[in-house]
Design a protein around this ligand. Structure first.
Ligand code: LFR
Length: 477
């Protein structure tokens, strides 16, 4: 039996989990959880990266002696280092407004269709490519010698070794998903200096040893290796989908819903671009063919506005509200920025001529119906665009704790939903470390171990697909 520490940073909290792995064992316990509180300063919205790093160190101390450490987090964001290796300022939050209007400038040099054909990445204003373009004339970028994506930055602080992990690098929009290497030509045309990036490394690669100072601060006894995992949290979560066959779709739920398929090769067609599906890279050269849906962010923002009422009560009340009364497009980037979420949702309902949800229960029901509808659209369209039919939808991540959302998703998709595990990203992180150290076999063996050891709940679809079709038609442009 071996123990692995999984550092998993989400948009609203970070955690250090300890995974114990053996031939028939996969147990996860939480060593430490800490808030992730972005801060708005005059220049814009920033991540408090030092507080996150302090949380990681506290977590490693609480975890105790482990055989290895792995780090995953949200994607696209980065820190810049100067020639001395020191961090230049707080990393910019992907919800910051600096990328507004930037994509059009990029497309004037490389048209959107060409960009998609080269990178397979969906349009999202926060793709690293657009962030770097927005920062082009900044003093900070001018003095930067190195760019490290968030998990790579934390790994660098822990070990002193710099690398760029591939699954997360694929979200920069600077990677060619066919060669799984940098898109050199594109970077040159767009004036992006690829020398800023440290060499690519892949899940399973060694990423150095905890530095003596880190050992001292955490009370661990060296050597403790850091192992590269699928450092994009969604890559780790997809690795932990407990599927038993190939014909499955997945929805990674949390702040976002990432809904799609695991494929062997990217889908780079014009139809796929028009549907805004992304081809991010997963474990072992797989492609995460998926769509970003706003996810429980919509609800989190409302709950914040309402002064944090009891979530259980709110969901019970939402379950009593008439279904599909009003729906919004949960894929709409208009919901990306924080603030005034309940009234933005109400506005969207009013503008589309639907009843306006008033009470928190009505707004919550509108959000959950809208998410289930967006899940349905993504799962249906992914299958037809990729020519890859499925029999089951796996929901992993925090949303598995929301039984109403899981049931509505089964109803909307007209397919059984298997929900769990909730801590999928941490489990995928642990399993990739265990595999690198020879404890588990291939991806299928990892999934088989998950299916055997993790509590899962199955939701059968409840008829009435016509109601979902009609709701979908209400949102059609
Ligand atoms: C989920 C996630 C998504 C990515 C978004 C922004 O946590 O990593 O996959 O699109 O955050 O980085």
């Amino acid at each position: 039996m071996k123990s692995y520490a999984a550092v998993d940073l989400g948009a609203s909290s970070g955690r250090v989990m300890v995974g114990r792995v053996g031939p028939d064992t996969l147990e996860l316990t939480e060593a430490h959880r800490f808030p992730n509180r972005p801060v708005r300063v005059p220049e814009g919205l920033r991540w408090d990266i030092l507080s996150l790093y302090a949380g990681v160190l506290d977590g490693l101390r609480a975890a105790g002696q482990v055989d290895s450490v792995g780090i995953d987090s949200w994607a696209v964001d980065y820190g810049l280092l100067d020639a001395d290796g020191a961090l230049l300022g707080n990393p910019v939050h992907y919800r910051d407004a600096r990328t507004e209007g930037v994509a059009e400038k990029v497309w004037a040099t490389v048209p959107a269709a060409e960009l998609y054909a080269a990178t397979g990445l969906q349009y999202a204003p926060f793709n690293t490519l657009y962030q770097l373009t927005a920062a082009r004339h900044s003093a900070q970028l001018a003095s930067a010698e190195r760019l490290l994506l968030i998990p790579d930055l934390l790994t660098y602080w822990l070990t002193g070794e710099a690398g760029t992990e591939l699954t997360n690098a694929s979200t920069t929009q600077l990677i060619d998903p066919r060669t799984r290497d940098w898109s050199y030509d594109l970077a040159t045309r767009l004036g992006i200096d690829l020398k800023l990036f440290a060499p690519l490394r892949r899940p399973g690669d060694p990423a150095g040893l905890l530095r003596p100072q880190v050992l001292e601060e955490t009370g661990l006894t060296g050597p403790v290796p850091v192992t590269t995992v699928g450092s994009h949290d969604t890559a780790s979560a997809v690795a932990a989908v407990p599927a038993t066959g190939e014909r499955f779709a997945y929805i990674c739920t949390g702040t976002w819903s990432l809904a799609g398929l695991e494929l062997d090769a990217p889908v780079l067609t014009e139809a796929s671009r028009a549907a805004n599906f992304t081809n991010e890279l997963g474990l072992d050269g797989t492609v995460r063919y998926l769509r970003n849906i706003m996810g429980l962010w919509l609800l989190q923002e409302c709950v914040r506005e309402w002064g944090h009422p009891d979530l259980g009560d709110l969901l019970s009340a939402a379950a009593e509200v008439a279904p599909l009364r009003s729906v919004v497009d949960a894929g709409d980037a208009a919901f990306l920025a924080p603030g005034r979420m309940a009234s933005r949702i109400a506005d969207a309902c009013r503008e589309s001529g639907q009843p306006v949800p008033e009470s928190p229960a009505e707004v919550t029901r509108c959000i959950l119906d809208s998410l289930a509808l967006a899940h349905r659209r993504a799962v249906t369209e992914a299958q037809s665009l990729a020519g890859h039919p499925v029999d089951v939808v796996h929901i992993v991540g925090g949303g598995t704790r929301n039984a109403l959302l899981c049931q509505l998703t089964a109803d909307a998709c007209g397919l059984p939903v298997v929900a769990g595990p909730a801590e999928a990203a941490a489990l995928g992180n642990v399993l990739v470390q265990a595999r690198a150290h020879g404890l588990v076999g291939d991806r299928a063996a990892m999934r088989e171990l998950l299916a055997r050891t993790q509590p899962l709940r199955r939701y059968e679809p409840r008829g009435d697909t016509a109601a979902w079709q009609a709701a979908e038609a209400r949102l059609a442009p």
